[in-house]
Design a protein around this ligand. Structure first.
Ligand SMILES: NC(=O)c1ccc[n+]([C@@H]2O[C@H](COP(=O)([O-])OP(=O)(O)OC[C@H]3O[C@@H](n4cnc5c(N)ncnc54)[C@H](OP(=O)(O)O)[C@@H]3O)[C@@H](O)[C@H]2O)c1
Length: 257
């Protein structure tokens, strides 16, 4: 196959969770810019509505959107079913919605800890399960879970629930990849280092913290949004047909030393 053809996703349908801001919007726009139709969700309806209009006008593709909390299983099922009803196919799922949490482990109430596990890990499983039902019937699909460097390594910030959830995402990716390998569904993960978004903006405002974060990566910088596009396209397209269960670290080398 020609290289352009390997990366061609024109006419595919991609679901992106957590696309009301940050990396979710980057992932949705990247796939839309290559001709994929898009289904997006998050809790902030006004953001989704404006973003959907923008993508449709800019790229001439079709966008389905629905406001939901990813922890509401009934709504997740409804969203996936409606997306399939509208487009009659689901080729790509980017399991991106997530939340941060800074709280010393001796003080954090179990409910707060559990909330992060539910949003960052359990909902990733529920979305994958619901979308895989359609992908298995089609005989093909690409699931991309958004992990983090913090699924692999620890740091000085007290975010144990986030570490546990993202570590879970990395091994869940392997487990689902094996379960669905014979059905044509590839399951992989992207583990970003630090990138600008609502989640990180306060970190980056503090010069000392920013210097520390840069110093943790051999490339000595934080990521810019272009840094994630290539890996996303690889894992969304035929170019990754022989890659499954892997986590690709897009982190400037943070996790290698
Ligand atoms: N930025 C980084 O440096 C970085 C690094 C590693 C990994 N990540 C991961 O990348 C993903 C995106 O994060 P981001 O940096 O882009 O942060 P962000 O700008 O805060 O975006 C998070 C997105 O998730 C949605 N979301 C959060 N909780 C939700 C819920 N309960 N139900 C539905 N949607 C929910 C938010 O939408 P609503 O608020 O509208 O619901 C928002 O669209 C996360 O999984 C994060 O852990 C980010």
């Amino acid at each position: 196959m020609d290289v352009d053809e390997l990366f061609n996703i024109k006419g595919n349908v991609a679901i992106i969770t957590g696309a009301s801001s940050g990396l979710g919007q980057l992932f949705a726009e990247t796939l839309a810019s290559k001709g994929a139709n898009i289904a997006i969700c998050a809790r902030r309806l006004d953001r989704l509505e404006a973003f959907a209009k923008q993508l449709e006008a800019k790229y001439g593709i079709s966008v389905f959107y629905m406001a939901l909390d990813v922890n509401d299983e009934t709504k997740v099922k409804e969203f996936v079913a409606k997306a399939y009803e509208k487009f009659q196919r689901i080729d790509i799922l980017v399991n991106n919605a997530g939340t941060g949490a800074e709280s010393p482990s001796t003080e954090v109430p179990k409910e707060d800890w559990q909330r992060v596990i539910n949003t960052n890990l359990v909902s990733v499983f529920v979305f994958a399960r619901e979308v895989a039902k359609y992908m298995i019937k089609q005989g093909h699909g690409k699931i991309i879970n958004i992990a983090s460097i913090y699924g692999q390594v620890a740091d000085i910030f007290p975010v144990s629930s986030y570490h546990a959830a993202k570590g879970g995402v990395i091994n869940l990716t392997r487990a689902l990849a094996v379960e669905w390998a014979q059905s044509g569904v590839n399951v992989n993960a992207i583990a970003p280092g630090y990138f600008p978004s609502e989640m990180t903006e306060d970190f980056f405002k503090d010069e000392k913290t920013l210097t520390y974060l840069k110093s943790k990566a051999p490339l000595n910088r934080i990521g810019n949004l272009d840094d994630l596009k290539g890996t996303l396209m690889l894992l969304s397209s035929h170019a990754s047909d022989f890659i499954t269960g892997q986590t690709i670290f897009v982190d400037g080398g943070w996790t290698i030393w």
